[in-house]
Design a binder for this molecule. Structure first.
Ligand code: HEC
Ligand code: HEC
Ligand code: HEC
Ligand code: HEC
Ligand code: HEC
Length: 446
């Protein structure tokens, strides 16, 4: 091991040398970084107080501590014997504990995570993102960092301003920080051995109308996710007003200060860490992502068309862990007296969804094409019926009867973080059912 490390150092040294020789300006290999070089978010928060409060208990802050992630990842790691599958199951810490992984511990998921240095338990943090100099690969966290030497010599913090003159650290304008790439390299996940696309949020955005050459139509990840604040969901279907203010209490006023809530669809984990405003903001985001409508023109043929449109997300709905997130249709027909005569997409008493439910998601499979729950075994994408940005899908449902006149059709688009079935498989203290959010709802009288 020692030998390998020495060799690696020589190799890195050589490649750095070669880069210098050819006069390249971009550092392509990551220099070795010591954990002491990272400055704690609390220190940054000493001046950037508002930004700190927004980021605290965000899913970035919680990426390492998130109990759903922690228990799911340990569960998926268990019992694997295939080397390629083990490598994937061990790789999680690269994104979920990036400061630790970069500085040497944890190297892998099965390391004793209770020994993770305190600062690394704080997830994706200020000094991690703001030390990013470049990206070497657009998936599996290809960020290349150049942090300072710790609090005595904090070095350069890269950001969106070209005229900042802070007293504590140096500052430099970074175009990368204004672009989707800085997010995309972590929000595109590939199986480390089999190359299967496990998460494709960045690619989905790249292929969406939001990745437009026309600056008036172009919206980066930051354009939605770093404009949101309580009451202002800031999606593709709602206004995204600027957030005037200042980066510290004593800095000059600027037309827009990027918010750091980093809210997605997760409306349960932040709350358990006392971030209730973030739970509510996730609900607001989900409620402004899609619309639903009902077309009854085929009702005499016992058919119902449900149309769902992705109006607000800059990527598919759902995105991220598309094999886990559940976005589904619940359709109810009630007669004149409000008695339910038909229903689909409902849950049983174990909070598991019925088999007939229309779920928008990705399904992974092994080489034989059998569906797999464990991403470590994913060799193929068997199915992906998620709703792409600004696109509509029409689901035709067969009804067991022709609804009577004056019946009401109620269709809802629902969201939850993960199937209860998977949570129920995880040993230990049972998971409480995850909250269900109504993303969109429509009622139609026949
Ligand atoms: C002693 C106060 C202080 C501390 C501590 C501090 N900053 Fe700053 N920072 C400032 C000031 C002042 C500015 C300039 C704001 C402006 O020009 O609007 C600034 C600007 C920035 C910018 C914008 C740079 C640009 O050019 O766009 C970033 C990014 C930043 N800080 C990150 C951090 C991080 C990360 C930490 C912790 C490692 C940190 N700051 C700690 C005072 C501080
Ligand atoms: C996931 C990466 C990420 C994390 C974590 C993060 N930032 Fe930022 N921050 C950004 C990006 C990206 C921008 C610029 C967005 C743009 O220009 O489009 C930014 C902008 C800033 C700015 C400029 C003022 C503004 O908000 O527009 C400051 C100051 C700053 N961040 C400080 C912090 C501090 C302090 C923390 C920790 C509490 C932090 N950041 C955590 C990515 C991050
Ligand atoms: C170092 C890797 C990394 C970078 C860089 C990064 N993210 Fe993340 N992000 C993550 C991880 C890991 C999670 C999930 C943590 C969890 O759920 O346990 C996450 C979660 C999120 C969520 C919350 C998802 C939910 O379900 O609620 C949003 C929104 C988000 N990121 C947006 C962004 C944006 C916007 C940027 C760029 C400014 C960015 N991320 C940069 C790794 C990263
Ligand atoms: C046009 C606005 C918009 C843009 C641009 C955008 N998002 Fe989103 N994002 C949303 C909305 C709305 C949701 C909630 C619906 C959903 O979960 O898909 C969301 C949800 C998410 C989630 C949580 C997904 C889940 O269900 O668990 C993540 C992670 C995320 N976005 C990351 C990103 C990243 C990374 C980018 C850039 C590559 C990006 N977003 C660009 C609007 C946007
Ligand atoms: C390349 C970066 C990256 C790697 C490596 C990675 N993840 Fe993630 N993970 C993310 C991002 C980004 C999200 C947020 C997406 C979303 O919210 O849908 C996420 C979210 C999750 C969530 C959802 C958590 C919640 O609270 O709902 C789970 C579970 C998860 N990851 C498990 C894993 C496991 C297990 C591994 C290792 C086998 C792993 N991740 C490796 C980037 C990564």
């Amino acid at each position: 091991m020692l030998k390998f490390k020495t060799r690696l150092k020589i190799y890195l040294g050589l490649s750095a040398g070669i880069i210098v020789l050819f006069g390249a300006t971009i550092a392509l290999s990551q220099d070795k970084i010591d954990i002491e070089q990272f400055i704690s978010p609390e220190t940054c928060g000493g001046c950037h107080a508002e930004i700190f409060e927004q980021w605290e208990n965000s899913m970035h802050n919680l990426a390492h501590k998130d109990p759903v992630y922690s228990r799911v990842s340990q569960f998926l790691r268990k019992g694997l014997i295939n080397e390629g599958e083990i490598q994937e199951a061990e790789s999680c810490v690269k994104c979920h504990t990036p400061v630790g992984h970069l500085t040497g511990f944890p190297e892998k998921l099965s390391d004793d995570l209770s020994k993770t240095p305190e600062i690394a338990t704080k997830g994706i943090q200020c000094d991690y993102c703001h030390s990013v100099e470049t990206v070497k690969r657009m998936y599996n966290n290809g960020l290349v960092l150049k942090p300072g030497q710790g609090e005595d010599d904090p070095g350069i913090k890269y950001g969106p301003f070209d005229d900042a003159e802070p007293d504590f650290h140096e500052a430099l304008y970074s175009k990368l920080h204004t672009q989707s790439q800085i997010c995309g390299t972590c929000h595109n996940v590939k199986h480390v051995s089999f190359g299967t696309d496990l998460e494709t949020t960045y690619t989905e955005w790249q292929n969406s109308p939001y990745n437009s050459k026309d600056p008036a139509k172009r919206i980066e990840c930051q354009g939605c996710h770093m404009y949101q604040r309580p009451g202002i969901p800031s999606t593709g279907s709602t206004p995204r007003p600027e957030n005037p203010g200042s980066a510290t209490e004593y800095s000059e006023e600027r037309p827009h200060i990027f918010t750091h809530y980093f809210v997605g669809g997760n409306s349960s984990v932040p709350g358990t860490f006392d971030g209730h405003d973030k739970d509510q903001m996730a609900v607001e985001r989900l409620q402004n992502a899609a619309t639903i409508s009902v077309d009854i023109s085929l009702i005499e043929q016992k058919k119902l068309n449900i149309i769902v449109t992705n109006t607000g997300a800059g990527h598919s709905i759902p995105t991220g862990v598309g094999d886990l997130r559940q976005v589904w249709l619940e359709v109810t027909i009630q007669d004149k007296a409000n008695k339910t005569s038909f229903q689909t997409g409902v849950m049983n008493d174990k909070h598991e969804l019925s088999k007939d439910a229309v779920i928008f998601r990705t399904v992974f499979g092994d080489e034989k094409g059998n569906p797999v729950v464990n991403i470590a075994k994913a060799k193929k994408v068997l199915k992906d019926n998620r709703i792409k940005a600004k696109q509509s899908v029409i689901k035709t449902m067969d009804l067991p009867f022709i609804p009577k006149k004056d019946a009401t059709i109620i269709a809802r688009l629902l969201y939850r973080g993960m199937p209860q079935k998977i949570l129920n498989l995880i040993p230990g203290k049972p998971f409480k059912p995850l909250p269900i959010v109504v993303m969109a709802k429509v009622e139609k009288r026949i």
